[in-house]
Design a protein around this ligand. Structure first.
Ligand SMILES: Cc1cc2nc3c(=O)[nH]c(=O)nc-3n(C[C@H](O)[C@H](O)[C@H](O)COP(=O)(O)O)c2cc1C
Length: 385
């Protein structure tokens, strides 16, 4: 798909229909796009490339946009293969193109391409400017958003920020598509671990007069950008986005599910925003998104072979790795012949900064008892308190 986004600046966006997992990990039922941009000034520049899955349509679109003009520069903001897989394709189309990228990216490029790429690259660092004629690209180092080599570039004539993976989202190229829906799960799972580095990047970007954000996935963002920037600030500082409770549970036979549904209903009856996630039937990336979104969480799981239900184990490892922090959490465990899931859930949660485990810990012996129901009421009241 080709779309003019400003005078002399064109977006080329190719759709991945989402038949495979993104990054071999995340379901993308509504697909994702790989975006690249072309600036045709006195000099021509291509900003980034696309995943190998969409090479043919992208090459065809790139030829249409350039319409016989040769490419002078090829800016590589990010070396992850969903953008860099076609560096070789670009070089075979334009053997004399100069690759503009960070020093770290040159090393990565040489590794991926099994060839020393330094003679083909011009290294840029913070504050360097690429002069294209009317347009100029100012480079900003944004290390670890979310790989070490990442740079962004800012074009002041149009006020465009080429933001690499930042502000990207899952979902189709449709400006009406809810950015938050696609961006929150993308951010929390893919960028979330690096909140501190995102904060640094936001501080560097704050003096710029940004009118449009051009990410490598999703849509070009324009109009009032303050909402997108505010959410990135919230997410990267690990503050909850929404006052409410994520109820995340695993259940083999349905008894733990009943307890999770019960506490969820109590919250709903009190008018508290609640999202319940079944870890057995839902990809963990959705549970992680819910955990980080809300100010509170209930985890509920059965005991399993002297330990914890593996789906809950995987979830807690995942959120711990992404620096889940500063939330109130309540625990519901289940066991038939020696309940121990709660002990293991607590062990994970205790390693997370600022996580307060709120009691009582509810222990279900196979099926919820009257006593359990009262404990669940008490837990619900305490976690909201
Ligand atoms: C493979 C397997 C291993 C289990 N290991 C334990 C265990 O170590 N300790 C225990 O108390 N219960 C264990 N249980 C029993 C469950 O934790 C228990 O039946 C619980 O009620 C299941 O809750 P659910 O109905 O939500 O699936 C195990 C169950 C299964 C299927």
């Amino acid at each position: 798909m080709i779309s003019k986004i400003a005078d002399q600046i064109t977006l080329i966006s190719e759709a991945d229909q989402g038949f495979d997992l993104f990054e071999a990990r995340y379901p993308i039922p509504e697909g994702i796009t790989y975006n690249t941009y072309v600036i045709e000034d006195e000099k021509t520049v291509l900003l980034d490339a696309v995943d190998a899955k969409v090479t043919d349509e992208w090459v065809s679109d790139l030829k249409k946009v350039l319409n016989g003009r040769k490419l002078d520069y090829f800016v590589v903001h990010h070396m992850e293969p969903d953008h860099s897989a076609n560096i070789g394709t670009v070089l075979s189309m334009f053997p004399d193109v100069r690759i503009i990228t960070s020093a770290k990216a040159v090393k990565m490029m040489s590794q991926f391409m099994n060839e020393d790429m330094s003679s083909k690259c011009d290294v840029v660092k913070e504050g360097d400017v690429l002069d294209l004629g009317k347009h100029k690209l100012h480079f900003v180092e944004t290390m670890m958003v979310h790989w070490p080599e990442v740079i962004m570039s800012y074009e002041p004539t149009e006020g465009i920020l080429f933001s690499a993976d930042a502000f990207g989202r899952f979902g189709p190229y449709d400006p009406a598509y809810d950015w938050v829906k696609g961006a929150r799960r993308y951010y929390m799972n893919i960028v979330g671990k690096f909140g501190q580095m995102v904060q640094k990047a936001l501080a560097k970007l704050s003096p710029l007069d940004i009118k449009k954000i051009c990410p490598l996935h999703g849509c070009v963002l324009e109009g009032d950008l303050s909402g997108y920037l505010a959410l990135y600030d919230t997410w990267s500082s690990y503050r909850p986005e929404t006052e409410g409770v994520a109820v995340v549970y695993a259940s083999f036979y349905g008894n733990t599910r009943k307890a999770a549904e019960k506490i969820c209903q109590i919250f709903k009856d009190k008018g508290v925003e609640t999202q319940i996630v079944d870890l057995v039937h839902t990809d963990v990336s959705y549970a992680l998104e819910a955990a980080f979104r809300y100010s509170r969480m209930i985890v509920a799981a059965p005991s399993y072979e002297g330990g914890l239900a593996p789906q809950m184990e995987a979830f807690l490892l995942d959120i711990g790795g992404k620096k889940y922090q500063s939330r109130k959490v309540g625990i519901i465990e289940n066991g038939t012949f020696g309940p121990c899931a709660g002990k293991f859930m607590a062990k994970h949660l205790e390693t997370m900064e600022g996580v307060e485990i709120v009691g009582p810990k509810v222990t279900i012996h196979s099926a919820m008892s009257k006593e359990n129901e009262a404990q669940i009421e008490e837990l619900a009241a305490n976690i909201l308190g």
